[in-house]
Design a protein around this ligand. Structure first.
Ligand code: AHR
Length: 665
């Protein structure tokens, strides 16, 4: 364009207007207001949506010990001459029960073979929504068997849905007698298939008892036999989580007390861990999962080990003597609370006791002589009312007497405000409970409106806040139509600026739930979606990760118009921290409007090094945008280097964006 006097005037006017409309922030980098807790951003794990069985726990065989309510659920008997219980004269398959001899794993399968030829009689397992098999990967098959003098052979094979064999091995049981023996054979898969199943064909004569029929991939996390799915753990490790809360959620409470989570039943040999029904089995209307049980293959020892592996503080939550108040609301009489309290005391000894203590010795025998260094313990999940307070006090007195340094987490119920919340919040504060666990499953608008929630919170009491579960709901809580769209993630990002600004009060936060299996979910939204072979980061995951890996160590004031923090004015939300170790200033700005805005960030009290900064932007023009397993990067962070001035950082805040700016000083 030819520059005329007229166009020059227009351009100058435009530049003037643009400068006027700039969002101007001032950071007081030398006036830290609070320390950011090293545990600030963590993860919440619960066996929901096939999170553990069929998920993180890499076992591929469903109902491996025939302990589901229907003992053959997941299994098919393969025989051309099948009549359940009788295959052909003298050949039979039965499930036997011996509760008197093996209370925790009473059932097993007895196969009686009468001159059975290969491929005429077998059993097949469908896996958890079938099995994800990878080409060239080793698979470890194992089982427990017992025989007096059978002459049997097992042909193990992986088959695709179309019936192609993509891996096979032969196993011959050799040990005889009354004892159970472990048999193992490994083989390499010849092809990848997301929906395979496992066949075991039988051959020979005699009676063979089998139990704990298992198949694990060879690429588990850290190569541990019987371990965890490495790709799922890696997603957690990548977040550099400050803590891991386990084992849930409502699963801690149980629908009734008989199905509550009992940690002592989840350690030791897997064949002795008593399986129970998973409370999410038929909890959510429209998403029944009748085959959802808890095998506890991922038990408390493995949780502590996982926490250690990914550098997260372990944060176990224990049942407080109350079952889920949405279900049975069954409570243990206070006079009968001792075993529950003892479980808590024993857990601390299990985690921290020396190898000469009873539970410390058990930990050592399980392979971890060093303590796990447990510092925090939750008593009760989403429990409420005076019954909860009464029981919490008993736990608190007993735990503090023996372990005064263990910090306790108490529940403020399932809502973030209202009568139930106010009652618990005030009672727990009176009791100086170190962390009050707040949960919010609310609309994106609620998250935006609550970006200031902690600005004027109680700063006098000793209690601090643990936002133990939260997620913006695109529809409504427990709706199966909820989505992990960009609108929800952006609202969470905006809300997190408020947590960060108030890091003196809010010291831990975790999104919930963590995992969703696309073929087996009950609850939406979820942070990470998986199928049998892949993992997928949601926009919400990217937000969590960006905050966690860029958290800094001290909060510094970041002021907007009228010297106030940006908490919604002009659709902007912002916070700033400095990292004392890396000497970085970390700025987070969320623009929730559909228009780009130009920002100028002036930094007082710090000399910036260099003339560039790192800018990471998470953005999409469409707030309804979602990632999927087929298109995992619709909303994904993009990193670039930007030029900065000596004092000011100028940056364009694109529509619907989270911008993280990292400046060296
Ligand atoms: O995160 C799903 C469930 O929501 C948790 O189990 C429970 O604590 C909350 O109600």
């Amino acid at each position: 364009m030819k520059l005329t006097f007229f166009t020059l005037i227009i351009s100058l006017q435009y530049a003037f207007l643009f400068a006027q409309n700039k969002a101007v922030f001032t950071i007081q980098a030398n006036k830290p207001t609070a320390s950011v807790s090293p545990n600030m951003y963590g993860i919440f794990f619960e066996d929901i949506n096939l999170g553990a069985d069929g998920g993180l726990y890499a076992e591929l065989v469903k109902n491996r010990s025939f302990e589901f309510a229907n003992p053959l659920m997941g299994w098919t008997i393969k025989s051309s001459k099948l009549l359940y219980g009788t295959i052909n004269p003298g050949s039979e398959i039965h499930i036997l029960n011996r509760p008197d001899k093996a209370a925790t794993n009473p059932r097993f399968m007895r196969v009686t073979l009468n001159n059975v030829k290969k491929d005429s009689l077998g059993i097949s397992n469908e896996g958890f929504r079938r099995m994800g098999i990878k080409k060239d990967l080793r698979y470890d098959f194992s089982l427990l068997y017992r025989q007096q003098k059978a002459n049997a052979k097992l042909y193990v094979e992986l088959v695709t849905e179309k019936g192609n064999i993509i891996g096979s091995a032969t196993f011959t049981p050799e040990q005889t007698g009354d004892a159970w023996h472990k048999g193992e054979v490994s083989f390499i898969a010849t092809a990848t298939d997301p929906k395979a199943s496992l066949n075991i064909w039988l051959e020979g004569n005699g009676a063979l008892d089998v139990d704990m029929i298992s198949l694990f991939p060879g690429d588990t996390w850290k190569g541990r036999k019987g371990g965890l799915r490495a790709d799922m753990v890696q997603m957690l490790a990548d977040m550099k989580p400050g803590f891991i809360r386990f084992p849930g959620g409502c699963i801690v409470e149980g629908r009734d007390l008989a199905t509550r989570y009992e940690w002592k039943k989840t350690i030791g040999p897997v064949e002795e861990r008593k399986l129970i029904i998973n409370r999410w089995n038929n909890e959510i209307a429209g998403r029944p999962a009748p085959d959802y049980f808890q095998t506890f293959g991922l038990g408390f020892f493995e949780f502590f080990q996982l926490a250690e592996d990914i550098g997260a503080e372990p944060l176990p939550i224990l049942n407080c003597g109350m079952a889920c108040q949405f279900n049975t609301a069954e409570v243990t009489p206070v006079e009968q609370l001792d075993p529950y309290v003892q479980d808590a005391l024993d857990l601390i000894e299990f985690a921290n006791g020396s190898v000469t203590t009873h539970w410390g010795k058990i930990r050592a025998e399980l392979g971890h002589p060093d303590p796990f260094n447990l510092k925090m313990l939750g008593v009760g999940n989403e429990n409420w009312g005076p019954q909860y307070v009464e029981r919490f006090k008993i736990f608190q007195a007993a735990i503090k007497k023996q372990y005064p340094n263990i910090k306790l987490v108490g529940s403020s119920g399932f809502l973030p405000n209202g009568e139930l919340f106010d009652y618990l919040d005030s009672e727990l504060r009176k009791m100086n409970v170190e962390f009050i666990d707040e949960h919010y499953y609310s609309s994106p608008q609620w998250f935006l409106d609550n970006a200031k929630r902690y600005d004027n919170y109680d700063r006098k009491s000793a209690s601090r806040v643990f936002v133990g579960e939260y997620a913006a709901q695109s529809d409504r809580t427990t709706s199966i139509h909820n989505k992990n769209n960009w609108r929800t993630a952006l609202a969470e990002a905006a809300f997190l600026t408020g947590l960060e600004r108030n890091a003196d009060i809010v010291q831990m936060a975790s999104y919930a739930p963590l995992f969703g299996n696309i073929d087996g979910w009950q609850w939406k939204p979820d942070l990470i979606w998986v199928d049998n072979l892949q993992v997928m980061a949601t926009p919400n995951y990217h937000v969590q990760k960006l905050y966690a890996v860029n958290k800094g160590s001290q909060v510094v004031p970041m002021l907007y118009k009228d010297n106030l923090p940006a908490a919604g004015q002009d659709s902007l939300y912002a916070s700033a921290t400095i990292d004392k170790i890396t000497n970085e200033l970390i700025i987070k700005i969320v623009n929730t409007s559909g228009k780009a805005q130009q920002a100028e960030v002036n930094v007082d009290g710090a000399n910036k090094k260099g003339s560039t900064a790192k800018l990471i932007v998470l953005q999409n023009d469409n707030p309804e945008a979602e990632n999927s397993l087929d298109s995992p990067s619709v909303v994904a962070p993009v990193e670039k280097i930007i030029d900065i001035k000596k004092k000011a950082i100028n940056v364009e805040l694109t529509a619907y964006s989270l911008s993280v700016i990292v400046v060296k000083f």
